[in-house]
Design a protein around this ligand. Sequence first.
Ligand code: PMP
Length: 403
Amino acid sequence: MDFEAFFRSELDGLKAEGRYRVFADLERRAGRFPRAAFHGPNGPREVTVWCSNDYLGMGQHPAVLAAMREALDACGAGAGGTRNIAGTNHYHVLLERELADLHGKDAALLFNSGYMSNWASLSTLAARIPGCVVLTDAANHASMIEGIRHSRAEKLIFAHNDPQDLRRKLASINPARPKLIAFESVYSMDGDIAPIAEFCDLAEEFGALTYIDEVHAVGLYGPRGGGVSEHEGLSHRLDLIEGTLAKSFGVMGGYVTGSADLCDFIRSFASGFIFSSSLPPALAAGALAAIRHLKTSSAEREGQQDRVRKLRGQLDQAGIPHLTNPSHIVPVMVGDAGLCKRISDELLERFAIYVQPINYPTVARGTERLRITPTPLHCDEDIATLVGALSEIWSATGLKRAA
Ligand code: PMP
């Protein structure tokens, strides 16, 4: 086989479909968030980032940076091994305690990413619980889908956020079989939120375990940043709550929290946990500082909600179509991959605004969009510049305005 020709032709296929990913070469500037240097063909230039998942700017918060510097000086760079062999640093232990407390659970378990926490936990549970059937929301993240697939357990996909369909699917399973319901709280592309209480009711009625991905909610919702489940007073009804340290906590890593036995089970059987070197202590220290800060300070959450309201209001005034949802994610709908890319390029070139276009397969064809994520650090002028730029492009391109 001519391997090189094969690789090239596969990549050409992606390019022909407009799905080939081009990364924006950014240099985030500590203390200047949401500004970053964009390295383009004409050298670096400062842009305003409007699509970061560092939702609260904690990746540059002075308390987080100070904690990381201190841990780096105290412990050095890497963790030195897997958790079982020399790689459990005291910061990991403190961070797991803090996460368990955040979600009102007995225990927590750290992973190197949110992707791995989903993949490893779901694949382990679904594979090891004898006869387990997994009920998985149709819009679940790739890391959940892949973990479930890897388990080879039987799975039923229920319609997105639809308790009636979930009920039908649960009722179709032999009552004697163990069941696991997997879903997210805030869905990252539409920004809609799961009917968590109704899912918990069904789980109780049918005796199923519940697994929730709160990656786009931890730090952002609930009085201490414990996610939508904390906000709705439901943490105690969810068996496993999964989250990331890389979005609102601004650093890197993933975790699950649950009962002591459930976490111990995953700790003891999940290969994605056991056989991977642990997070560098400085990352754990940074995440610990971010979580502690957001447990007691609501200023960032409130600031973000204020920015979200303001942006939505101005988009409405300008007639720029965006999805209405109860979360902090503002999807500006374009509906065409090529056009979405052109708008993104124009925002960057003419207005020094960076918003990555979101295309298939991340979203369905025909729903291509600019996924805008306001943070507490976007000022009034940033919002006015963004909406003015979109409005100008909308007029120049002859795009339809919202009524
Ligand atoms: N779950 C969801 C819903 C996500 O959107 C993502 C990442 N975008 C992940 C899990 C993975 O988290 P991480 O980036 O920490 O790997």
